[in-house]
Design a protein around this ligand. Sequence first.
Ligand code: BG6
Length: 484
Amino acid sequence: MQISSPFDLVLFGGLGDLARRKLLPALYMLDLDQRLPAGHIVLVSRQQMDADALAQWLRQQVQPHLSSTVFEAERWQAFCQRVHLHTMDAADLDGYRAMAAELSGGNNRVFYLATGSDLFTPICEGLHQADLIDPDSKVVLEKPIGHDLASAQQINQAVESYFEESQIYRIDHYLGKETVQNLMVLRFANSLFEHQWNHKYIDHIQISITESLGVESRAGFYDHVGATRDMFQNHLLQLLCITAMEPPARLEPDAIRDEKVKVLRALRPVLGSSISEHVVRGQYDAGVSEGKPVPGYREEPGIDAKSHTETFVAAKVHIDNWRWAGVPFYLRTGKRLAERACEIVVHFKEIPHSIFPLQHKNTMANKLVFRLQPDEGIRLMLCEKKVGPGMNVRPMNLSLNPANLKQTRVPEAYERLLFDVLSGNATLFLRHDELMEAWHWIDPILRGWDELEQRPEPYTSGSWGPAAATLLLAKDGRLWDESS
Ligand code: BG6
């Protein structure tokens, strides 16, 4: 699909971490693949830079995030010509008025708010007062939207007074990952899996997003947010929804979002004393990561030496509906863990009885693994006969790896999502009610931690997180899937 109308993409937080690491590289890739129509990219920042300094910034801060195999000097130069900087403060109305002169006047105008969500209201107000919003404009809101349920409600209400719901794209880049879409195809295009996808055949499901990096250069943002708001409230709950939702009636944005909302509404509330029983939070101490000694979270530059912000969170979650009754979902995410990986692992129930000698039935339980990173692919673990005499059983993997099979580049999540915004496809973006339901479930947990003054449990950098997370599964006679 090609987008025909020229666009203006106005990126607030234009010189920020997300812009340089993800958004600008994704726009370059779309341009390289000739999927980006004519148009301007306006980076909005308080920082001032002339054209030469901007070109240098693009070279030093963005170019290193492109793989050398996709870098073409001429195309890069042409791409950089499309990028402009607009210096202003989010609270400065004159800045918005001056912005109008930099826009093409076309009707595909996208305002991408890659700033803290406390700025969303003043930015929308400024755009409105400078008359920059028309009925075809779109606004993209980066997560986390709000700090809790009340602030999320306030921010959404404010944004919705300037934009219709159909113009609002609440982004969660995990939904743009190839394997997440493949999960939907696998579930809803194959009767083989869908028949097994319930409490009769599934023992439990684990969803993990583990990172080996620490807080890096984002201390200012992260210390106010923590792992629950940064990753759990959005990425992990969205992966849970896609894994657990009922088949939507159509492949249409609202049909899919209706099903995701039903999952969120069916989450069993975690309240009061069950918080510490079902949710574990941790904070990394010094240790060794990828062979190098690394400091603890509280020793990182810019982090409060007494910070109680969690860098790890794990939870046991129940979905109270017919399909999932009695099936626990174990979710976890953390920084400075043993390795970077993201997997959804569906553990099927063990066979009722093993006829094979020396083989306990629980070692023969099938697993279906959706791996989102670092490499994307799907693997079904089955049992087969070990070649040779006797009747010995061993595990084997049936693998589907999109990159290996087709020898094609798997596009980054932001490439797909930015293209979807420019072409007006909201399927992979969150609707108002989804966001609110997610906050509704998380809010009592955050409040409970505050009220009980519960502190995160320390864990060593380079480990798999705090001991309490291991215990969370061990109490149920289970283990986390720790490496693949
Ligand atoms: C972002 C979080 O949404 O996702 C970061 O703010 C995190 O803290 C990042 O590192 C992980 O994304 P990915 O695609 O690299 O797994």
